[in-house]
Design a protein around this ligand. Structure first.
Ligand code: HEC
Ligand code: HEC
Ligand code: HEC
Ligand code: HEC
Ligand code: HEC
Length: 296
């Protein structure tokens, strides 16, 4: 009797303990889950500041340090970004302007019209930062480019057909753009075919392009070791006379058609479609365009 009674008592104890264990385990794993939520959006409710561009938890910054993993977001927000079953569409115009999160100007560009840095991927707008550098000088509105018509991305980057093009971010992004010269940068003139290779630590690599002096009588052909190199992070390193001779800077063009004594005010005699009698470039689309342009 006594023994039986004790057994019953023990059973009761176990019956009370089991729910307690379950509760402890549940609470423990919930708090684990909440820890995860702070660092990663996997569970669907995002951290504070997720929609605030100046907050460290901003989702744009999350991408920068998490390999731009859009596929992760589309699991819940839908492949078309329309929100899936979250009720939050990524195509909401009040967030990404009138477009989708694949819009080029959101991650690199001014967020409204231009698709090239600044801003850089890390948000920098300083020309001294390599990701920004002289993009503006090469690509902004024609009126703000000093020496030529605006370039195209393909002069310096592989052509990409859209966000998921393998030449774009790729499977293992390092947040450093690939620079591959093509198009205008490698124009063949007078039998000279430039073969420039970008080197992040050597500014001279741009001097090897057609544009910056690798053409007949260009400074790179005449004197690659003493020429003034273009520096990507200093637009002022390029001026009249750094790519080819310029009489007004004491750097005369070599002989032949060009004779000593020509000044910047004479060039228009023969190159009148490009430059005027005040020495100003009057038609930038005919300068650094792959050909020597004369009076027409
Ligand atoms: C596991 C599902 C899930 C995943 C994965 C997910 N989300 Fe969400 N997201 C949600 C849910 C649910 C909401 C609505 C509730 C909320 O606002 O937290 C939401 C809301 C949002 C909001 C709006 C927040 C607000 O306050 O208006 C943004 C922005 C967002 N998600 C971006 C992202 C991004 C970017 C990714 C990928 C890095 C992502 N989400 C991945 C489920 C998810
Ligand atoms: C004159 C050459 C040139 C042209 C033209 C050019 N880029 Fe670049 N781009 C560069 C160089 C150089 C870098 C820096 C590469 C590095 O960090 O090693 C760069 C870097 C970038 C980066 C990475 C920014 C970062 O934060 O690091 C992006 C994005 C980019 N370019 C987009 C564009 C787009 C879009 C266009 C066309 C609209 C374009 N570029 C045209 C030379 C160019
Ligand atoms: C979600 C952010 C994001 C969006 C949207 C985006 N890019 Fe990029 N882009 C990047 C990143 C990140 C890199 C640097 C890639 C790396 O690490 O190699 C890059 C680099 C580039 C480059 C430099 C060359 C290269 O591929 O390395 C070009 C050109 C470019 N993007 C064009 C575009 C165009 C055109 C669009 C619109 C179709 C676009 N990007 C949309 C993030 C983005
Ligand atoms: C008397 C006519 C004449 C005048 C004046 C003249 N050029 Fe030229 N220039 C030419 C001809 C012709 C060529 C093509 C030469 C060739 O391909 O060998 C040329 C080619 C060039 C080239 C390409 C490099 C080369 O040697 O092919 C540059 C750069 C150039 N001129 C700049 C100038 C500048 C700057 C001035 C003013 C200081 C100037 N030229 C004045 C006739 C002239
Ligand atoms: C970024 C390099 C660069 C700078 C800076 C530069 N040029 Fe040129 N210039 C070229 C190239 C490239 C050519 C064409 C050479 C060829 O195709 O053989 C050229 C050609 C010319 C020509 C011949 C006509 C033609 O085809 O354009 C004149 C004239 C000329 N430049 C004047 C000037 C003057 C004046 C300045 C300063 C205001 C200047 N350049 C600055 C690169 C440059």
């Amino acid at each position: 009797m006594n023994i039986k009674f004790n057994m019953k008592k023990h059973n009761l104890l176990y019956l009370l303990l089991i729910p307690a264990f379950i509760m402890i385990i549940t609470l423990y794993s919930c708090s684990k889950l909440e820890d995860n939520l702070v660092n990663s959006p996997k569970a669907g409710i995002h951290p504070d500041g997720w929609t605030n561009p100046v907050n460290a938890n901003f989702h744009g910054k999350y991408f920068f340090s998490n390999k731009w993993d859009f596929k992760m977001c589309t699991q819940c927000h839908g492949a078309d970004y329309n929100g899936g079953n979250t009720g939050k569409s990524c195509n909401d115009p009040s967030c990404h302007g009138s477009s989708t999160p694949e819009d080029c100007k959101l991650c690199h560009g001014d967020r409204s019209t231009t698709i090239f840095p600044p801003l850089a991927l890390n948000g920098s707008s300083s020309v001294t930062y390599i990701g920004v550098g002289s993009h503006n000088t090469h690509l902004n509105k024609d009126s703000s480019i000093r020496f030529s018509a605006r370039l195209r991305c393909v002069s310096c980057h592989k052509s990409i057909s859209g966000f998921f093009d393998p030449n774009h971010i790729g499977s293992n992004p390092d947040n450093i753009a690939e620079v591959v010269f093509d198009s205008l940068a490698i124009t063949t003139t007078n039998g000279i075919t430039p073969n420039p290779v970008w080197n992040r630590t050597n500014p001279q690599s741009c001097a090897v392009t057609y544009c910056h002096g690798n053409f007949k009588n260009g400074n790179y052909r005449l004197n690659p070791t003493t020429m003034t190199n273009p520096v990507w992070t200093d637009p002022n390193s390029v001026y009249c006379g750094t790519c080819h001779g310029n009489p007004s800077t004491g750097n005369p063009l070599p002989g032949g058609t060009h004779v000593q004594g020509f000044t910047i005010y004479n060039c228009y005699f023969c190159h009148g479609s490009v430059i005027n009698n005040a020495g100003n470039i009057i038609n930038k689309s005919k300068h650094i365009n792959g050909a020597v342009n004369m009076n027409q």
